[in-house]
Design a protein around this ligand. Structure first.
Ligand SMILES: Cc1cc2nc3c(=O)[nH]c(=O)nc-3n(C[C@H](O)[C@H](O)[C@H](O)COP(=O)(O)OP(=O)(O)OC[C@H]3O[C@@H](n4cnc5c(N)ncnc54)[C@H](O)[C@@H]3O)c2cc1C
Length: 368
């Protein structure tokens, strides 16, 4: 009997893990515009210490042992024919091909700022991007970070830790950032920012010129719709959470009014039991939190159950965000619970303990 074929569309943080889990159970094809995992995590570390970040978050597919049984296709998905059960891919070598599936997993994520863009990139392009951003920020004497989410806060902390002589200012709307986390998280990080000398500017909502894409670091004065005078710095980092789902290649009928993929609690598309979605692209809950809540395990179980005719399980999201906000720091890694309590993995143990945990515990083996 022919082995069932699963196509995983998008091999980012969560598509990659799903493909690994399904590899022994079906013929798995993973399609991605990048030649490896280019994670959406830990923006602050990425822009200030790209070499450290690269170790865990930019890893070419050939280095993952658990992908040995997965066929990866480097290309851009351009269309999906749901009745014919195939997707269309414009490959990096210029050819256009079709990939047939028994099950389709949609994990194409979202576009966000300059650090998460779905365009085709070579290995060299990814490295160049990382270096350009770091060099631009290193050359600036002052940096404004605009935004109130984890990406903005993490950027402000890491800029101040890496370059203590620079002037760093964080501008955010409302009275506090990190509103989707427990208030204790901000209380702890505020003390850290104050200790680092970062200027905190609540109540600032930035005005963006028409058509502004938020996809680059700028140098122009920032104006505010909240009435304050314009602010200036050598570099302005936009982390305003304006995310766009990477779903232009999908039929409209699959999407909600914001363009995210509609799913049932079992992560299936309503009316299309052979199509699943996970990660930032999947409208699972208001935070779209299936990636950070490791729903890849559940999804792999459900795909297998669907293929074998067994019952599927449901995904339940916690109400508040949790996890790391500012990434690895010299003193350690703070991981916040949904209740806002920090669990610290001390700095001295990060390399000996965390590194193998990431490589084996999460990715089941990464080659040097
Ligand atoms: C183990 C783990 C731990 C996490 N920890 C935290 C945490 O502590 N704190 C926190 O806030 N978040 C955490 N997260 C969540 C994380 O920040 C994001 O939610 C995650 O990056 C989203 O992953 P994704 O796979 O949905 O999207 P992405 O990682 O962006 O992957 C999408 C991929 O699809 C590709 N793609 C897009 N369009 C196309 C196309 N048309 N054709 C082909 N390819 C395409 C993209 O280029 C990209 O490679 C964690 C996630 C994981 C898996």
């Amino acid at each position: 009997m022919r082995r069932k074929r699963v196509v995983v569309a998008g091999l980012g943080d969560t598509g990659l893990l799903t493909a690994m889990r399904l590899a022994g159970h079906a013929e798995v094809v993973g399609i991605s515009t990048k030649p490896g995992l280019v994670s959406g995590q830990e923006l602050g570390v990425r822009i200030t210490r790209p070499d450290d970040w690269t170790r865990n978050y930019w890893i070419t597919f050939d280095r993952f042992r658990a992908l040995d049984r997965v066929r990866t296709v480097h290309g851009l998905l351009t269309a999906a024919d749901l009745d014919g059960r195939h997707v269309v891919v414009r490959r990096a070598d210029g050819e256009t091909t079709g990939e047939e599936y028994d099950v389709l997993v949609i994990s194409t994520g979202v576009t966000n700022g300059f650090w998460r863009r779905p365009h085709l990139q070579s290995r060299r392009d990814v490295g160049d991007d990382l270096r350009e951003v770091r060099d631009r920020l290193a050359a600036a004497e002052s940096v404004i970070v605009v935004g109130g989410g984890a990406a903005a806060v993490s950027s402000a902390v890491n800029l101040a830790v890496t370059w203590p002589a620079k002037r760093i200012d964080l501008y955010f709307p409302g009275d506090r950032p990190l509103r989707s986390y427990h208030p204790r998280v901000w209380a702890r990080i505020r003390r850290r920012l104050a200790g680092l000398g970062v200027g905190l500017h609540p109540g600032h909502r930035a005005a963006a010129p028409d058509g502004f894409a938020y996809d680059r670091i700028t140098g122009d004065p920032v104006t505010w719709t909240t009435g304050q005078p314009p602010a200036r710095a050598d570099a302005v980092l936009w982390a305003v959470g304006r995310v766009t789902p990477n779903t232009g290649w999908l039929p409209r009928e699959l999407l909600d009014e914001h363009g995210f993929v509609r799913v049932t609690p079992r992560l299936q598309v309503p009316g299309r039991p052979e199509v699943f979605a996970i990660g930032d692209v999947a409208a699972t809950d208001p935070q779209r939190s299936s990636a950070r809540n490791r729903a890849d395990r559940l999804l792999a179980h459900n795909v297998r159950a669907h293929l074998d005719g067994r019952p599927l399980r449901g995904f339940r999201a916690p109400r508040r965000r949790w996890g790391s906000v500012v990434g690895m720091q010299p003193e350690g890694l703070d991981v916040f619970s949904p209740g806002g309590h920090a669990f610290r993995i001390p700095g001295w143990s990060i390399d000996p303990a965390l590194q193998p945990w990431i490589e084996w515990g999460i990715y089941r083996g990464v080659r040097d």
